[in-house]
Design a protein around this ligand. Structure first.
Ligand SMILES: C[S@@+](CC[C@H](N)C(=O)[O-])C[C@H]1O[C@@H](n2cnc3c(N)ncnc32)[C@H](O)[C@@H]1O
Length: 214
């Protein structure tokens, strides 16, 4: 598949701009660790994670074509009114991340990946399903795979119960139940949690944990 095949349309959604805005949340993970992004789509944020955190290993996990030909999320610019195929999204993600060292592309569901994983993760960026039940099911699985001092961060932190609040609700419940704490949450719907008191690595605002300014 060529680049032109990945982009058979004019891209009207500001994917790159949004991915750049979200990078502030990455300051809470250590650089050079082992991490994963669950829900890669076209790889816009994968490229930012790779550039900013320079992971020793970065797993990019997305079922893509296992979901079928299309994402079927309805009409909207995000998928060019459902014209974007899962194969095109995957090809675009591969193209967008091919310059990164130490990445492993996993075309599978996060639950399968976690079940077969044998090493610990320093961070997981959770941006797959945003449904409450899915997040409730996934967070304890991530917890089992998380290294000491590791963080879970992710997207779609909307606290208004009338608007798409499944992630926020599931994360808040998990934090209490599993003795985690919220490290940061808010801007651009990002959140970050870690085990309570697990401050193996803590980046405070203003320290040089990241080269990039925010
Ligand atoms: C919102 S998009 C991810 C956007 C991407 N993180 C970014 O910032 O550009 C959601 C992605 O989650 C993937 N997905 C859905 N169910 C999944 C699962 N169980 N495990 C991993 N990824 C999943 C979809 O295929 C889709 O590509």
């Amino acid at each position: 598949m060529t680049v032109a095949d990945c982009f058979p349309h004019e891209d009207k959604f500001p994917h790159e701009e949004i991915a750049e805005r979200r990078k502030w949340i990455l300051r809470y993970a250590k650089k050079g660790g082992v991490g994963a992004e669950f829900g890669v789509f076209r790889g816009h944020f994968s490229a930012v994670i790779g550039r900013v955190l320079k992971p020793k290993k970065l797993y990019l996990v997305d079922p893509w074509e296992k979901l079928g030909e299309r994402f079927n999320w309805g009409n909207g610019n995000y998928t060019n009114n459902n014209q974007l195929t899962t194969a095109q999204a995957k090809a675009d993600a591969l193209r967008r991340t091919q310059h990164l060292d130490n990445i492993e592309i996993i075309e599978d569901f996060e639950e399968n990946f976690l079940t077969s994983l044998t090493e610990k993760l320093d961070f997981v960026y959770l941006d797959s399903s945003h449904h409450y039940d899915d997040v409730v099911r996934t967070l304890p699985m991530i917890d089992k795979a998380l290294a000491k001092g590791g963080v879970i961060f992710g997207d779609d932190w909307y606290s208004n119960p009338k608007h798409y609040s499944g992630v926020c609700r599931a994360v808040n419940e998990f934090v209490k139940k599993a003795d985690y704490e919220i490290v940061a949450a808010g801007y651009d719907a990002q959140f970050c949690i870690r085990r309570a008191g697990d401050i193996e690595y803590t980046h405070q605002f203003g320290t040089p944990a990241l080269d990039e300014k925010f």
